[in-house]
Design a protein around this ligand. Structure first.
Ligand code: PEP
Ligand code: MN
Length: 343
């Protein structure tokens, strides 16, 4: 069951609802949005009287939700959401370009990649300081030193940063530097991590698990939302199929399906889907055409020297074409490329 409270609901109104719910032995998870607050109930709700809940101050609707994901479902939140990251919108009406290196390697490489990202029209910088690697012998990222480099590059360029957190224990540390926390495909069902990022007070980009169904992906988002954080962006990054010609199979259908089922913004990672430089621009066009709210793209000043994912990184000579795609494609869908908010 979900209780939707209006903008006019006061802190006391919400506290009264929570008290009534808890008195019936049911857990209440409060997610505050800009225009409404959603109280998600977990437990045996049979003791609760819907009509009296509906009559309490600030309550707009009381609903039994049929989807297993309540807070991220579009059923009780029909308008699509916009998530702001350091002032940059991700949501309907815009296409946001997030770009940067797969991994933070050196200050110089990160700054050069950030400048490349800006030249292509990016308004958010990506870069991993904690890398989830398939091999325990592979470079695991620079850790906090990498976060410091990202913060310096943000200072220099003004680009807010999106960076991955791989362990629940590191969430507070990463959140102290990041503008948006990324949960990667390998951690898409790490429920303790999802709960921890849900409580971190930062927007979250949740990659789809490489073997997750769309429903499992939305349930993962629900773990984050249940901890009070509705600032979640879903990212389709390709799934495992029998095909071996690409790193992953980009599931373009997942974009409109996830947007139909959930109010959350949905972006696409054409770099980790295709895994090859020459596929990134075609997949970016496909992502925008199918309605993605943004794309996240690897760029590197010297991919031949990259420690991680060099073969899929766009290079200097690709930036003009990427900038052109970002300029020309969104208007075909009635959208604009997302600009940074100037405050
Ligand atoms: C990444 O974006 O750096 C990354 C590791 O992606 P994924 O989790 O999709 O593999
Ligand atoms: Mn990568």
């Amino acid at each position: 069951m979900v209780i939707v409270m209006g903008q006019e609901a006061t802190g006391d109104d919400i506290a009264s609802i929570v008290a009534v719910v808890q008195a019936a032995g049911v857990e209440a998870f409060v997610s505050r949005g800009v225009r409404r607050t959603i109280v998600g109930l977990v437990g045996d709700v049979t003791q609760l009287d819907e009509a009296s809940l509906r009559g309490m101050p600030g309550v707009r609707e009381v609903m039994r939700v049929s989807t297993p994901y309540k807070l991220v479902s579009r059923e009780n939140h029909p308008e699509r959401s916009t998530v702001h990251v350091g002032g940059v919108p991700i949501g309907p009406g815009t296409v946001t370009l997030i770009a940067g290196p797969c991994a933070v390697e050196t200050p110089q490489q990160t700054l050069e990649a950030a400048r490349m990202a800006m030249a292509a029209g990016a308004t958010l910088l990506r870069g991993g300081a904690f890398k989830p690697r398939t091999s325990p012998y592979a470079f695991q990222g620079l850790g906090e030193q990498g976060l410091r480099i990202l913060a310096e590059v943000r200072e220099e360029t003004g680009l807010p940063i999106v960076t991955e957190v791989v362990d629940a224990q590191d969430v507070a540390l990463v959140a102290s530097y990041a503008d948006m926390l990324q949960v990667g495909t390998r951690n898409a069902q790490n429920f303790a991590l999802l709960q921890a990022v849900g409580a971190a007070g930062r927007p979250v980009m949740l990659k789809r698990g490489m073997s997750s169904t769309i429903e499992e992906w939305l349930m993962a988002a629900e773990y984050i939302a249940q901890r009070g954080n509705l600032d979640i962006v879903l990212c389709e990054r390709g799934i495992r199929t029998f095909e071996t010609a690409t790193r992953n199979t980009l599931d373009v259908s997942a974009v409109p399906v996830a947007q139909r089922l959930s109010h959350l913004p949905v972006i696409v990672d054409p770099s980790h889907s295709g895994g090859q430089r020459d596929l990134v621009l075609p997949l970016t066009r496909a992502a925008i055409a199918v309605g993605a709210d943004g794309v996240i793209i690897d760029v590197h000043p010297h991919p031949e020297q990259a420690i991680v994912d060099g073969p899929q990184a766009l290079v200097d000579t690709d930036l003009g074409e990427l900038a052109q795609v970002m300029r020309d494609f969104p208007p075909l869908l009635g959208k604009t490329a997302a600009a940074a908010l100037t405050v």
